[in-house]
Design a protein around this ligand. Structure first.
Ligand code: NAD
Length: 484
């Protein structure tokens, strides 16, 4: 099976913050891969816009080095890389002042799709949006792409939405959550809504519980000062984990169109119960022989910010009442892995007797590493040893089906940028969704602040604090092992 590449229409894509970390690591190498695959048309152009004074040639050299550093495999295609660089331009723009805007306008071509990627600090979103209009660079068809974090609470998210809405209508605003661009996340929708097999079982009558785990092995790295004002709840749960929860829990939309999908996700967020304090555990990693502690990493010996959070959530609607959703995420954990596990209930009665043991079907949706899905099915252990049961995985990993092409599955960022050019907002968060997510997380975070809650220490390389294990044990359940 060969995946088809359908070229998008010609475009001018301006990347504000084109010299920054995100642009160099993800956006520019991703665009090069889309060019090399034939999806970015020859008439497509990328214009870096940032504070640094540099020429187009210097920017092209930077882009080349970024591709070589962050995607050495693709960079070997030097012929395409050179052609791609011819489509790259640069203009020095001061987001807060008037310098460079006219020059940027001169570079933009009429009658092309225009997209503006705000890969800059969120404090600049409003001023860039305003200047795009003042300098008449964006009409009602232009698109703007904004990065996370989208606010730090409901109030700031509302203010940000308001400042963007003064210049752009909702249909022009693409709020990125790169988890939504992952192949498996979309595959989850295909599996749920493209098959008869799962949907009848997708409810509290058949599903015992759901686990969502996003585990990292790294610490806060160079982002210490930002992270310490954020923590795992704001940095990961409010956006990525909640988006995954929505896709698992939502009702089938009437159509696969942006607003129909996002309406259903919003209903899930609004149906989430407040989380009781005893249903949530916060942690902070301790020092190990090789690694510093969280507090050392963020250079704040009295920090109460969490680098780990685990919680039990409930969704109050007909489909899910009685089925808990357990979510956890953290840094410096045992392995780097992101997965969703849908754990089905036991068969109501075992005809095979106690010796057969307890077996459960688990549908595992793995986001990284090795994106794919596996369904655990109970079968008879082969051989003459009587009726012993064993769980075997039914592998739905597309690598198997697509063969060598599976390696070419686009990275989340590339897919999302192509969706921006196509004008498809399905995999982007709508303003009301983001606000609803903050409305749910704010009371949890405020509760910690008001109680001076101190996160529990946990060992680097562990599965988080022991209390997180207890959160499940109390319910007679256990977390899945964190492993690659
Ligand atoms: P960065 O600090 O590496 O780069 C910032 C960029 O903004 C630079 O190109 C700089 O020249 C430009 N800039 C700063 N002030 C400017 C001004 N006044 N006028 C014009 N340009 C200006 O930041 P980053 O890590 O690339 O992050 C960019 C955005 O993406 C942030 O909102 C961040 O939260 C978000 N983000 C980053 C990552 C990541 O992995 N780096 C991941 C998710 C989200």
């Amino acid at each position: 099976m060969v995946s088809r590449v359908i070229p998008v229409d010609s475009f001018d894509l301006v990347i504000f913050g084109g010299t920054g970390d995100l642009a160099r690591r993800k956006i520019l190498p991703g665009l090069f891969r889309r060019y090399a695959s034939g999806q970015m048309p020859d008439e497509g152009r990328i214009i870096g816009a940032a504070r640094s004074d540099m020429t187009c040639d210097e920017f092209r050299t930077m882009v080349k080095e970024a591709v070589e550093e962050f995607d050495p495999k693709s960079a070997k295609d030097t012929e395409n890389l050179e052609k791609f660089l011819e489509r790259v331009f640069y203009v020095a723009v001061d987001a807060k002042g008037d310098g460079g805007w006219k020059e940027l306008g001169d570079l933009l071509r009429p009658d092309m799709i225009r997209a503006f990627y705000f890969s800059v600090a969120p404090s600049l979103f409003g001023t860039i949006a305003e200047r795009l209009k003042t300098f008449e660079l964006a009409d009602d068809d232009a698109r703007i792409v904004v990065e996370k974090p989208f606010g730090k609470d409901l109030e700031t998210a509302r203010a940000l939405n308001k400042s963007l809405a003064e210049h752009f209508h909702e249909g022009q605003i693409y709020r990125i959550d790169h988890y939504l661009g992952k192949e498996t996340v979309q595959n989850l929708m295909a599996v749920r809504f493209g098959n008869m097999l799962f949907e009848p079982l997708w409810n509290s009558q058949y599903v015992d519980h759901i686990q969502i785990t996003v585990a990292e092995t790294v610490g806060v790295g160079g982002r210490g000062s930002y992270y310490d004002t954020s923590g795992a709840m704001r940095d990961m749960v409010q956006n990525h984990l909640m988006q995954l929860l929505c896709l698992i829990a939502m009702e089938p939309p009437a159509k696969f169109d942006p607003d129909a999908v996002r309406d259903e996700k919003l209903k899930v967020i609004r149906a989430l119960d407040p989380v009781e304090p005893h249903h949530i555990v916060r942690g902070q990693y301790s020092a190990s022989e090789k690694c510093a502690s969280y507090r050392e990493d963020v250079e704040n010996p009295r920090s109460f910010t969490e680098s780990f959070v685990a919680m039990r959530c409930e969704i109050s609607n007909w489909r899910w009442a009685g089925t808990p959703f357990y979510m956890r995420t953290g840094k410096r954990l045992k392995a780097r892995t992101s997965e969703i596990a849908v754990v089905f209930k036991d068969a109501p009665h075992s005809i095979f007797g106690a010796e057969a043991g307890v077996h459960r079907n688990v549908l595992t949706i793995r986001l990284q590493p090795n994106e794919g899905m596996t369904l655990g099915v109970t079968i008879k252990e082969p051989g003459p040893g009587g009726m012993r049961l064993v769980d075997v995985p039914l592998d739905m990993t597309f690598a198997e089906a697509l063969g060598p092409d599976a390696e070419e599955v686009p990275d989340a960022y590339e897919r999302l940028i192509m969706d921006v050019i196509r004008g498809n907002q399905t995999l982007f968060m709508r303003g009301d969704e983001v606000e609803a997510a903050w409305a749910w997380t704010d009371p949890i975070i405020n509760g910690w602040t008001n109680r001076n809650d101190v996160p529990k220490p946990y060992d680097t390389g562990s599965a988080g604090p022991d209390d997180a294990l207890m959160l499940m044990h109390r319910d007679g359940r256990r977390w899945r092992e964190i492993k690659e």
